[in-house]
Design a protein around this ligand. Structure first.
Ligand code: SIN
Length: 355
């Protein structure tokens, strides 16, 4: 309760005295923090509660002012993009975020952006931005597993670390980054691996990019996959993304769901198959029907590691594409962006091979 009171007290002071969250000092990078909600801005009824709280309850100024150490690393200002539980994330918020980040990073006096976000869809927003931001300047996404009101909340240190990464020249040109739990991950590779633990964000297959070592961001590697300024995707003037559904493969294949997706007007289907994107025979016939209707089908996998590559000859004959190492939720985003540009299957497979 104490934590909650101090955060709310600080927010009240700011409203009463009109305090600014801009800590401007020459020589330090200028970082804009864009807040979208999530547990990092969550408020619970007690300081021991880590579930059953309201995500997205605290505003960006209170988040920033709860971590005064930030001003040692950067001049920071905050903007509230939305204040939602990230399970409710939408294309509309993604497009608004991408627009605003591209606008901010085109300015000479903005050196980087940090986005505070719920952890549930954090990896999806990160990957969407990785493909649509047109700048080499650092873009870092951060969340927390414990609400801001909890004893030992992880949000303040995660936010400080995210600013440290965004302020680091080492982060320039590394694509969109996720900074959580003292680790730095690539947007493309990172995924939420644990429903409750603070150490939930991992890139289990392709590995962490670096660490925040006693306050200093240290990089050990970088992704070779196309992103940001090397991405061919643009969402300038785009108002909605193509409808792509994910169908989950399992024993006793359920072709009714594929049928429903076709009837609902999908433009693409990500099939989260078993093993190497294997397709249940009941589903295969229905997916083949989808491709004859011009719906693009990409085989992905419900297995968390390993690439989905060409397998059965029938999949090739039926024009199913291979999703590589992207998990189904990220394959969905790449297919949505691909479909803004092309319906050519060779081109879309090339995109999956390059991104
Ligand atoms: C959310 O994703 O907004 C809630 C869960 C979290 O941030 O950990």
């Amino acid at each position: 309760m104490k934590g909650k009171i101090s955060v709310l007290f600080m927010a009240a002071l700011m409203v009463i005295f009109g305090m600014s969250t801009v800590f401007a000092e020459a020589g330090k990078p200028n970082i804009v923090i864009l807040a979208t909600g999530g547990t990092i801005a969550g408020s619970a009824a007690s300081d021991t509660a880590t579930t059953g709280y309201k995500a997205g309850a605290i505003g960006v100024n209170a988040l920033i002012n709860a971590v005064p150490e930030i001003k040692d690393y950067a001049n920071v200002s905050g903007e509230q993009i939305c204040n939602i539980d990230s399970k409710d994330m939408t294309d509309a918020v993604w497009l608004k975020l991408a627009d605003r980040i591209n606008e901010l990073l085109s300015k000479d006096d903005v050196d980087g952006v940090v986005i505070t976000h719920g952890t549930d869809t954090l990896e999806e927003t990160a990957y969407f931005l990785d493909l649509t931001i047109k700048s080499k300047k650092p873009v870092v996404i951060v969340g927390a597993m414990r609400p801001a009101t909890a004893i030992s909340a992880d949000g303040p240190m995660n936010l400080l670390n995210a600013v440290r990464v965004a302020a680091s020249s080492q982060a320039i040109g590394k694509g969109v980054l996720v900074a959580m739990n003292d680790e730095i991950d690539a947007a493309r590779d990172v995924t939420k691996t644990n429903t409750l633990a603070t150490s939930t964000f991992k890139a289990p297959e392709l590995g962490v990019l670096g660490y925040i070592e006693d306050g200093t961001p240290v990089f050990y590697r970088e992704t070779t996959r196309r992103n940001t300024i090397n991405s061919e995707f643009s969402v300038e003037k785009v108002t909605a993304l193509p409808y792509v559904a994910i169908i989950y493969g399992h024993a006793d294949g359920d072709k009714a769901l594929i049928d429903a997706a076709i009837n609902a007007g999908v433009k693409g289907i990500i099939y989260a198959g078993t093993g190497n994107g294997s397709v249940h025979k009941a589903d295969e016939a229905e997916l083949a029907k989808a491709t004859t209707l011009g719906i693009v089908v990409v085989r992905s996998s419900r297995v968390s590691n390993g690439a989905v590559i060409a397998a059965e000859q029938s999949y090739t004959n039926e024009h199913f594409l291979n999703g590589g190492t992207l998990n189904p939720q990220k394959a969905r985003i790449l297919l949505q962006l691909s479909l803004l540009k092309t319906h050519n299957l060779t081109d879309i497979q090339r995109i999956f091979d390059e991104y």
